[in-house]
Write a protein that binds this ligand. Sequence first.
Ligand code: ASP
Length: 293
Amino acid sequence: MNSPVIVVHAGAGGLSDDLREREADCRSALEQALTSGADALEHGGGAVEAACAAVMFMEGFSLFNAGYGSVLCSDGSVEMSAAIMRGGDRAAGAMAMMRRTRHPIAAARTLLDAPPVLLAGEHADAHAATHGLEQHDPSEFVTERQRRRLERWLSHREQPDRGTVGAVCLDRSGLLAAATSTGGRLGQRPGRVGDSPLIGAGTWADRHVAVSCTGAGEAFIRAGAGRLLGALVAQGVALDAAAAAAMDEVAACEGVGGLIAVDAGGDAVTLFSTQAMPRGEWRPGRAPVVEIP
Ligand code: ASP
């Protein structure tokens, strides 16, 4: 029996004013995400269920860039992506460019046990609908806060606050899972897909480690960040050193961001090269620990 652990993040980037003003809400959202994951474990779920439950909670919180509250593309639309990976058998499911599905991570999870690994666009939403997942008109995902942020970004090109949410979990049976969900980057070109739904880039889990990344997606893709970290840990490199090496590769690809990871021994790491990365950790018998920034 292993002692379980859940780690979550709510995206690497700057601390925007409204995020600062609502720090208490963000803290409580992260705590509730951890509690949702812990509840899933308590009720017989494994690492996949726990990571998925934690991410679903964060997808519903409007200050995080995932699900409802996602950043807007340059044309004012929302395109959401998510991925989940089960470490034991490296099963993976991912969805890109969803416009209608309330919980992209739940949709990604439906692909875990049968191909394809990745679905995109209207076919991704249609697949989610056939699994009974909640659908909305795309306009319902556009929040007033994100509309104002896009206006400011289009006129001043201010540094976008990146966001994205993720969770990694080790369960009692020693299985690992990673889950990541995002609206992408503020003002992104419609059709752009970042690292979050790409297995081996923003999301990775195997028998040794589970990783969820956030930040400048193009650099995480070019660095193969998640897979790199997994390969280093499999070779016996300590988790901290492997995480640092992966972030060095991201930096070598001119990217900043962050990651969370947990290994099969229950060690966890959170690392970021941006101003802030709201994050939290849960272990049994202890209150969730949340850190912002
Ligand atoms: N990595 C995400 C993307 O590039 C954005 C983020 O994490 O802030 O789409």
